[in-house]
Design a protein around this ligand. Sequence first.
Ligand SMILES: Cc1cc2nc3c(=O)[nH]c(=O)nc-3n(C[C@H](O)[C@H](O)[C@H](O)COP(=O)(O)O)c2cc1C
Length: 152
Amino acid sequence: MKSLVVYFSKFGHTQQIAERISSELANHGTVNTISSDQLVVEDLKDVDLVVMGTPTHNMNLPEAVRPVFEQLPKRILRGMPVAAFDTSYKMSAFLSRFTAAKKLARKLRKLGGKRIVPPETFHVVARQGPLYEGELERAQDWASSIMAVISQ
Ligand SMILES: Cc1cc2nc3c(=O)[nH]c(=O)nc-3n(C[C@H](O)[C@H](O)[C@H](O)COP(=O)(O)O)c2cc1C
């Protein structure tokens, strides 16, 4: 099982979540963990799972992440299991409809990816963090739930 974990992180917290997800996935095979600005088409070849996460910025994907999708060929993720996460403030039910994870999930699906778990959000206390207590453990559990679906 070969997984690719792609993240963008301005202050380091999304990276921490990504790394915790990767360490759980590493119990099930090999994992390549890279920052979104390093992503090249070759990274997506011969992988069995793509997990991607960014912070929510202005109720959307961070601007720095948007060009990443423009450089990828259409349908490059055809049939590939994909999962999306973000880090955000704790928000009202209304505002939590506008997370980067939901936008990411849509982008990954547009590239042909197959959603295997709902987009997930991990919470920071304030703009520059820290993560709320327990969020790294929750990220590990989320990764474990991804593996449970894949191995069904
Ligand atoms: C420019 C900017 C805009 C942001 N907008 C939102 C937002 O709309 N909703 C939200 O929940 N958090 C927002 N945040 C907080 C980020 O989600 C938070 O900085 C991020 O989770 C920290 O992750 P990082 O350490 O990986 O950068 C914003 C942060 C920045 C810097």
